[in-house]
Write a protein that binds this ligand. Structure first.
Ligand code: NAD
Length: 340
């Protein structure tokens, strides 16, 4: 039988990406929904043939514990709600996928990991690009030093936000574009280099809208990650500027880059030897099937809760570096890497 997935929060990402992807998965399928909006419940029930007993709201959520049709709970809520719902899903005794960024703080991430360990269930973060072939090619080229050791790296990811949503609300988002978009740069640099940074330096971008969108979270951040061998990665993120989504590495004998690197499709890669010519695939379907495979065959996931914690620890170091103007050590972050 295919494992049953319940999506919690039927916003843009669930509607536009995850539900369609769950029509393409082989090892799991869309079995249930959790929503606070009755009209959405009615529409999804009909569109995806979801039986009444698999439809929950945020009050009845905990009753999922008694529903054998739901194996995996997928948390797709604003970031500030991730910790509460992962802990409740753990209490319900289900396997869990939690969207990125994992939570508002590293302390929340630790609580979530402990809750999932107590439950004895598998836990992963929605880092879809670990299942995307262009990004896996960057991991291979970088980690195996196909063009020699990497000497310099660069990444950017951002967009111009139109109006205020939960993404500009500190309590619901935890932070600004660094948490939402910059996290892809941080991830890309680490999985291409195959190492963790030893320190970070950072600077907030100027606020272009001093009375509006960015009262609670930063408008943008420029930051650097320093590595043990002296290599520096230069990164940028913003909610005030559209960026292409770049991931580039310059090595001693050549270079490789993706641009755009981080989207749902249309990714393109090239190296100093020419175009990568790699096919785009349904990333989220691969990500969710991999998690189902980990459950069915008791294998560890490549993108565990500990990786979400690691990234929050680095993000907190970047915020501290930007606030103080000082270089901040990242030597104590959880040592978890996706090795090719
Ligand atoms: P969204 O705003 O489109 O949807 C959020 C949903 O949460 C809505 O359905 C809303 O009704 C619901 N919600 C429940 N309680 C809420 C509350 N108190 N305040 C506000 N909304 C509430 O957001 P989204 O883009 O779907 O993002 C959801 C999660 O998915 C976030 O963690 C985000 O970072 C993540 N995400 C990941 C990717 C990816 O590529 N992996 C892409 C987009 C979003």
């Amino acid at each position: 039988r295919q494992l049953g997935v319940a999506l919690v929060g039927l916003g843009g990402y669930s509607t536009g990406q995850l539900a369609p992807a769950l029509q393409k998965t082989k090892l799991c399928k869309l079995a249930g929904i959790v929503t606070g909006t009755p009209s959405k419940a009615a529409q999804w029930k009909q569109q995806y043939s979801i039986p009444d007993q698999n439809v929950y709201d945020y009050k009845t959520f905990d009753r999922i514990a008694d529903n054998p049709a739901i194996d995996i709970i997928y948390i797709v809520l604003p970031v500030g709600l991730h910790a509460e719902y992962v802990e409740r899903a753990a209490k319900a005794g289900k396997h869990v996928i939690c969207e990125k960024p994992m939570a508002n703080t590293a302390a929340d991430c630790r609580r979530m990991i402990t809750a999932m360990q107590k439950a004895g269930k598998k836990f992963s973060i929605g880092y879809r690009l670990h299942f995307e072939p262009h990004n896996r090619e960057m991991m291979r080229l970088g980690q195996q030093q196909v063009y020699g050791p990497i000497k310099k790296m660069k990444a950017d990811n951002g967009f111009r936000a139109g109006s205020k949503t939960w993404r500009q609300d500190k309590e619901l988002a935890g932070g600004g574009p660094l948490m939402d978009m910059g996290i892809y740069c941080l991830q890309g640099i680490i999985y291409t280099k195959g190492q963790l940074p030893v320190s970070v330096t950072a600077k907030f971008a100027p606020n272009p809208d001093p009375n509006g969108l960015f009262n609670e979270v930063e408008a943008g951040v420029n930051w650097q990650m320093q590595f043990a061998d002296g290599m520096v990665a230069d990164c940028r993120t913003s909610y005030a500027e559209n960026m292409s989504g770049l991931l580039r590495a310059d090595a001693t004998k050549g270079w490789m880059e993706l641009e755009p690197a981080f989207g749902y499709g249309g990714l393109q890669g090239r190296t100093s030897q020419g175009p990568m010519n790699i096919e785009n695939v349904p990333q989220q379907a691969r990500q969710m099937d991999d998690f189902a495979d980990c459950i069915l065959n008791n294998k560890p996931t490549r993108v565990p809760g500990e990786m979400g914690l690691r990234d929050m620890q680095i993000i907190e170091a970047i915020y501290r570096a930007a606030a103080t103007g000082q270089k901040v050590s990242t030597k104590d972050v959880v040592a978890v890497l996706d090795k090719v």
